[in-house]
Design a protein around this ligand. Structure first.
Ligand code: NAD
Ligand code: TYD
Length: 352
């Protein structure tokens, strides 16, 4: 048996593929377009593992996807492939709709065609799991209850709108064509191999490079942080036991304001890699202009996945943040490789 993991050279996808092959002998085909966010080095730990095959290509290439499904007799598709950074979606929305909407449509079409050829146990077993985000629900006031699976979609950024559209497409393929789909809507992830445009790795990288730590607006926006290993275990569990058509919210029950997260990172770095002048990295914090349409608060109500599937996060934020900081300290070459010329252009445009 084989699973097809799309976007498996990105942050969460690569963590998922590596975890999967540690726990299962079921082979993996990784399909990734290797955009700026995709990096084969993320899968380097696999070495020449014969259970893994990498294919460079786009989920938007339906012919390629259908061929991979048939050739490998794929029993499940896990779709991580996406444009994923909110700020990039604000400065240029089009690629988000090409990949997240039209790409997902092509993936669904190829999966539908392939599913139509299956019968018996193979048809029973087939699943397409679409990995999505809590950002589709919009923003919460401080006293509002956390996002549940029944919360209406109210996306506020082009990224969130493109993910919401893809979730709707996935749902429609279940209702219209009977495709056995699953959807997970997860909160903010952190951990190894996260591209240093996202808050946590950006702050670690900037701190160590002596640069400003940019805090948007007042820094009191709240995110519900989940370690990537916990997100991967949730996806495995949903794939294993989720009823076709179900959606599950996934979160760490760990709401924290951005400025608090940044202060924790500075505290960890102060101990592990003290600044030469004896001052705290917190001195590098700079408040900058807010993100347009910036969602104030995300929080996940993860009771459905807990009660129906018995999943709970295993990594505390204190432990997960410390091991993440240690990973970035131990992997400066990875950071140097991914922060290529194109990355520097983005930083120059975004932060001036
Ligand atoms: P990422 O940007 O690190 O990785 C995305 C990967 O998709 C990259 O390897 C990229 O090369 C690949 N890709 C892009 N376009 C492609 C295409 N057309 N065909 C094939 N591959 C393509 O993103 P991530 O943080 O790992 O997020 C993965 C998924 O999880 C996304 O769908 C995202 O919406 C979702 N998600 C992310 C978070 C988070 O906090 N990072 C939280 C919840 C959900
Ligand atoms: P980010 O990692 O981009 O994730 P998302 O927008 O998907 O939640 O940002 C996390 C939070 O950190 C968000 O509230 C925006 C904020 N942020 C900053 O304050 N400064 C920055 O330089 C970045 C990248 C994010």
């Amino acid at each position: 048996m084989t699973i097809l993991v799309t976007g498996g050279a990105g942050f969460i996808g690569s963590n998922f593929v590596i975890d999967w092959l540690k726990q299962s002998d079921e082979a993996v085909v990784t399909l990734d377009a290797l955009t700026y966010a995709g990096n084969l080095a993320n899968l380097g730990a696999l070495g020449a593992d014969s259970r893994h095959r990498f294919v460079r290509g786009s989920i938007g290439d339906g012919v390629l996807v259908e061929r991979l499904l048939r050739q490998n007799a794929v029993r499940a598709v896990v779709n991580f492939a996406a444009e994923s950074h909110v700020d990039r979606s604000i400065s240029g929305p089009a690629p988000f709709f090409e990949t997240n909407v039209m790409g997902t449509l092509a993936l669904l079409e190829a999966s539908r065609a392939y599913f139509g050829t299956l019968d018996g146990a193979a048809r029973e077993a087939f699943r397409l799991l679409h990995v999505s985000t809590d950002e589709v629900y919009g923003t919460l006031a401080p006293d509002e209850p956390a996002f549940a699976e029944t919360t209406p979609y109210r996306p506020n950024s082009p990224y969130a709108a493109s993910k919401a559209a893809s979730d709707h497409l996935v749902r429609a393929y279940r209702e219209t064509y009977g495709l056995p789909v699953l959807v997970t809507n997860c909160s903010n992830n952190y951990g190894p191999y996260q591209f240093p445009e996202k808050l946590i790795p950006l702050v670690i990288n900037n701190a160590l490079s002596g640069k400003a730590l940019p805090i948007y607006g007042d820094g009191r926006q709240v995110r519900d942080w989940l370690h990537v290993a916990d997100h991967c275990s949730a996806i495995r569990r949903v794939l294993e036991a989720g009823a076709p058509g179900a959606t599950f919210n996934v979160g760490g029950d760990n709401q924290m304001a951005n400025i608090e997260v940044v202060q924790l990172i500075c505290g960890l770095l102060d101990v592990r890699r003290p600044r030469g002048d004896g001052k705290s990295y917190a001195e590098q914090v700079v408040y900058v202009a807010d993100r347009p349409g910036h969602d104030r608060r995300y929080a996940i109500d993860a009771r459905r996945i807990a009660t129906e599937l018995g999943w709970r996060p295993a990594v505390s934020f204190a432990e997960g943040l410390a091991t993440t900081v240690d990973w970035y300290l131990a992997n400066p070459d990875w950071v140097a490789d991914v922060t290529s010329g194109a990355y520097r252009d983005w930083i120059a445009r975004q932060y001036g």
